[in-house]
Design a protein around this ligand. Structure first.
Ligand SMILES: NC(=O)C1=CN([C@@H]2O[C@H](COP(=O)(O)OP(=O)(O)OC[C@H]3O[C@@H](n4cnc5c(N)ncnc54)[C@H](O)[C@@H]3O)[C@@H](O)[C@H]2O)C=CC1
Ligand SMILES: O=P(O)(O)OC[C@H]1O[C@](O)(CO)[C@@H](O)[C@@H]1O
Length: 382
């Protein structure tokens, strides 16, 4: 069993790598970071440190690595050999690697290589594999698309494990929380062995799971972080314990929980347990996570189908409460970071175009009432 994984970062090495290794896949990591690629090429193993009450070390082996900058031909060859391609590279990078994956698939078509393959994107994004497929298909003609549709599966997935940004002398070491959840759409899988990855939860319909995850873990984590950032709190675990932050971000989670229960019929008590378990994960002091990491790419996070605007739209449609969600959007507009290109762009736009025009552009919202409430909330904060 062979896997080609794009993105040898925190989730790649610290989560997907662990489950695929445990199942027996040989992993070829593809990355742009020369230091990481060279370390993966040189070493036989790396360590994942699971930071729970008892610290556990997991040794990962059976891998190699390729540099996307100068080993493209080998990557195309691998695309034609492996049973599984996965990614955890960031949604913004998917359109870039789509070109390389398409190049490899073109060779598959030209060689009439009918070996089945599955491609699974593991990013924080609804229908991220569909998005990647769409980007790949931009480079393929009609005949190539038809061939690929017959021999390549494109299941969507949801991934959940908190892995903070980290730097160690041992460049491959990755520290993770114990909790992890990888949910995959079973019906779209073409290769039988990919239906038996240890630790994966296979489902017929991913939508309830990805929304429960995105609108609880990601909405909650980001809400906590934008509020804490505004109050000058640097660490997620500190924000999670701060009464002011807690009051507001838990109110956000109560709003999304009500929506999820109504929309997907989750049991109310199960939903409350999932929410409380998630809050406990944010409180884990062993995970040293800076709110600035969670606040990253604020324009993406204010997207139409993202963790705040989608639940805001849907609560509004259903007549459910969304006051706390709207307030978090006001907090997002206060996020400043000179090293985050989107944060810089957002602040520039607020200054030059004003709040409503900026909000319309980044959220694609047209509902004046919602736009005004976010804008009023923002004006109270600055
Ligand atoms: N870290 C976390 O707690 C979680 C992250 N995610 C999602 O997983 C994805 C990856 O996140 P992380 O692993 O945290 O990020 P990361 O920054 O640790 O890893 C991304 C990797 O992609 C590589 N990369 C960037 N551009 C590239 C390119 N053009 N070609 C090849 N490699 C390239 C980087 O060098 C890096 O090694 C994101 O979509 C994130 O939203 C999902 C759940 C949890
Ligand atoms: O790139 P994004 O979407 O901010 O991803 C990071 C988020 O995902 C998570 O891993 C949650 O699954 C958190 O660490 C964080 O909230």
């Amino acid at each position: 069993m062979n896997n080609l994984h794009f993105g040898a970062g925190n989730i790649g090495r610290g989560f997907i790598g662990e489950l695929l290794n445990k199942t027996g896949y040989h992993i070829t990591f593809v990355d742009i970071n020369e230091e990481v690629v060279n370390a993966l090429k040189q070493r036989d193993s790396y360590t994942i440190k699971v930071l729970d009450e008892n610290i556990e070390e997991v040794l990962i082996n059976n891998f190699d690595a390729l540099n996307i900058s100068n080993e493209k031909d080998t990557i195309y060859k691998k695309i034609n050999e492996v049973e599984l391609i996965t990614t955890s590279i960031g949604p913004n990078v998917l359109p870039i690697i789509a070109k390389d994956i398409a190049q490899g698939l073109k060779i598959k078509v030209a060689q009439n290589n009918t070996k089945f393959l599955d491609i699974i994107a593991c990013e924080n994004m609804i229908e991220c594999t569909d998005f990647l497929k769409n980007e790949i298909f931009k480079y393929l003609n009609k005949e190539e698309q038809e061939f690929i549709n017959n021999y390549v599966g494109f299941p969507n997935s949801a991934v959940d494990r908190i892995v903070p940004a980290q730097k160690h002398d041992n460049i491959l070491l990755v520290e993770v929380e114990k909790f992890c959840e990888w949910v995959v759409e079973e019906g779209k899988i073409k290769v039988e062995v990919n239906k038996n990855i240890l630790g994966v939860h296979y489902v017929d319909d991913l939508s309830p799971f990805i929304e429960r995850k995105l609108f609880t873990v990601n909405t909650g984590h980001a809400a906590l972080s934008y509020i804490a950032n505004y109050l000058g709190i640097e660490l997620v675990s500190e924000g999670a314990k701060d009464e002011r932050v807690r009051r507001e971000f838990i109110a956000v989670l109560e709003e999304t929980s009500t929506l999820l229960v109504k929309k997907w019929n989750f049991d109310k008590e199960d939903m409350a347990n999932y929410r409380n378990k998630t809050i406990k994960r944010f409180e884990n002091k062993r995970i040293v996570d800076h709110v600035s990491r969670i606040c990253r790419t604020p324009i993406r996070k204010l997207g139409f189908n993202e963790r705040f605007i989608k639940p805001i739209r849907e609560t509004a449609e259903l007549g459910l409460k969304n006051t706390a969600l709207l307030k978090v959007c006001s907090y997002i507009l206060t996020f400043k970071s000179s090293t985050d290109e989107q944060a810089v762009r957002l602040q520039k736009s607020l200054k030059e175009k004003g709040v409503i025009a900026t909000l319309k552009e980044v959220t694609e919202l047209t509902n004046e009432d919602i736009l005004n409430k976010i804008s009023e909330g923002y004006k109270e904060l600055v």
